[in-house]
Design a binder for this molecule. Structure first.
Ligand SMILES: [Zn+2]
Length: 113
């Protein structure tokens, strides 16, 4: 059962999400459209081990790679976002994501669009 503390954490996290600005030229990629989804995904990803997160992100990249052709393969809820937003949503730092993408490219042939 959720405690008051859980709600406080959730509330704080909502503020973090609502205050996040990726700063890219797309503007605020998706926060305004899917704040609840982002809060939930961050909770989910924060609880993963590094290996679980790598597996999860590889799965996302695998299903999403073809859609953006040669452009950025980062999608959240059907919306193409910048890498910074993708990192934020999945609680992954830039270096870790870069390493995962590198391994992913070495391991899989991207799906043709
Ligand atoms: Zn962005």
């Amino acid at each position: 059962m959720a405690t008051t503390k859980d709600y406080q954490v959730y509330d704080t996290e909502s503020k973090v999400v609502n205050n996040f600005v990726c700063g890219c030229r797309r503007g605020n990629c998706i926060v305004t459209q899917h704040p609840d989804y982002i809060v939930d995904t961050r909770h989910y990803c924060a609880a993963m081990t590094a290996a679980e997160k790598e597996f999860f992100i590889c799965g996302l990249l695998y299903t999403q790679w073809g859609r953006g052709k040669r452009s950025m393969p980062y999608w959240v809820e059907g919306i193409q976002v910048c890498q910074k937003m993708f990192e934020f949503v999945h609680c992954v730092d830039h270096k870790t994501l870069t390493d995962i993408v590198k391994k992913f490219k070495a391991r899989f042939v991207p799906i043709s669009p």
